[in-house]
Design a binder for this molecule. Structure first.
Ligand code: PLP
Length: 407
């Protein structure tokens, strides 16, 4: 008899977006003439920069000619992309990550989800609350969570991100082995300073722990004093791995391309205390289970590092940041406390009712959809997330409608 992985029965959280869709579709059925503006979306809406489109066309043309044809590429990614990433994303900011420490993939969701495979079953996980659900769910699937009770898994250490710590979690009292951090944060939009990251790097060193740093939204950081990479912090190369994606920086959510930076000095240990290179282990895993991101897509991704590409990406991020500012200012003017939205595409708004009551009232009275914070974890209760990924026109319209019901 074929048997289920019992851990899958412990999964909770696909409920959030299913429930939102259900409530929106019910509202639409009952109010067919009413316009609905979706401010909850995490997907981008602007087209991919034209330099990337041109490079992808050229990449496809290369495949039509015997001389330039490519079949299976290197599993780790083509050198032209790994070198461009190393120079432009890391070395240009003083982070010493070389091209051969970068692994290209087809998405940060798979990367952040798959990476936990390298660690032992009894690894103690610390993750933010509220959280991007992939970190939690993949460790539930792997059997590290224990049971779910009162909104929490019993074996996880939750790093509460609350108003009282400005949504930057404090060091935990219980010691974890693996620590997930995400800045700029999804869902809160909070960003960490160098000093705050330094505290985590020192903690990981003292405890022989590893930090998995998700920087999927780093392109939105405009404050030059804030770190975009954990590798801007000295000592981080020994204790951290960083995940990045072209999804939000270049509109590649449908095209799929991302990368992980794994420094060669990063180590993990076996039961006997012998150390292993994390870089070598991931290389083994990646080349066993992945056959490389597609060549035209990698050509498209590399185009963002040309001077024209940099201009187009900047204009695209400026557009979303302008939307974030519109949301933030409108909600602050209405008397709501907000986090994020300045160096991030998400605005985290403190509601005066429960997350779901606020969601329902906004949908019913303004036709605007947000994301209830409670769906991201216990500490998300009493908050909602607005996303800046809609058009400017819709963002302004949504804020006018919300102001109208509030007055
Ligand atoms: N990490 C975070 C924090 C995200 O919010 C998302 C997507 O919303 C991802 C990773 C996934 O990125 P990708 O599209 O590269 O899979």
């Amino acid at each position: 008899m074929i048997k289920i992985n019992e851990n899958y029965k412990k999964l909770q959280s696909s409920y959030l977006f299913v429930e939102i869709a259900k409530r929106v579709s019910q509202f639409q059925k009952e109010n067919q003439d009413k316009e609905i503006i979706r401010m909850g979306i995490g997907d981008v809406t602007l087209p991919i920069p034209s330099v990337c489109i041109d490079a992808m066309h050229k990449g496809v043309d290369d495949l039509s000619n015997t001389k330039t044809f490519r079949g299976y590429g290197p599993e780790q990614g083509y050198d032209f992309l790994r070198e461009a990433i190393s120079e432009n994303e890391f070395k240009s900011r003083g982070a010493d990550i070389s091209a051969d420490e970068i692994f290209i993939s087809d998405g940060a969701k798979c990367d952040t989800g798959n990476f936990q495979e390298l660690f032992s079953q009894d690894t103690i996980i610390a993750l933010p609350d509220p959280v991007y659900p992939v970190y939690s769910d993949t460790n539930v699937m792997a059997g590290r969570s224990g049971n779910f009770a009162n909104g929490k898994y019993e074996n996880f250490i939750y790093l509460d991100s609350t108003e009282s710590n400005n949504f930057i979690p404090d060091l935990p009292s219980k010691k974890p082995d693996l620590i997930y951090l995400c800045f700029p944060n999804n869902p809160t939009g909070a960003t960490a300073t160098k000093d705050q990251l330094k505290k985590w790097v020192n903690y990981a060193k003292e405890n022989k722990a590893l930090i998995l740093f998700d920087a999927a939204y780093e392109t939105f950081i405009r404050d030059e004093s804030l770190p975009k990479s954990i590798f801007e912090i000295s000592g981080a190369k020994e204790v951290a791995v960083e995940f990045r994606s072209f999804s939000k920086s270049a509109g590649f959510t449908g095209v799929r391309c991302a990368h992980i930076a794994i420094p060669k000095e990063c180590k993990i240990w076996d039961k006997a205390g012998e150390s292993y290179s994390l870089h070598s282990l991931w290389n083994r895993r990646h080349s066993t289970k992945f056959n490389g991101a597609s060549y035209p897509v990698q050509r498209g991704a590399a185009a963002i590092y040309t001077s024209e590409g940099k201009k187009e990406v900047k204009a695209m991020i400026d557009y979303y940041l302008e939307n974030a500012k519109i949301i933030r200012n409108a909600m602050i003017n209405l008397g709501y406390k907000c986090t994020g939205g300045d160096n991030s595409p998400y605005v985290w708004v403190k509601t005066k009712t429960s997350s779901w009551d606020f969601f329902d009232s906004l949908l019913k009275n303004a036709g605007v959809v947000c994301t209830p914070g409670s769906g991201f974890g216990k500490c998300g209760e009493g908050f909602v997330r607005f996303s800046a990924f809609n058009t400017k026109e819709n963002t302004e319209k949504a804020m006018t409608k919300i102001a109208h019901i509030a007055n």
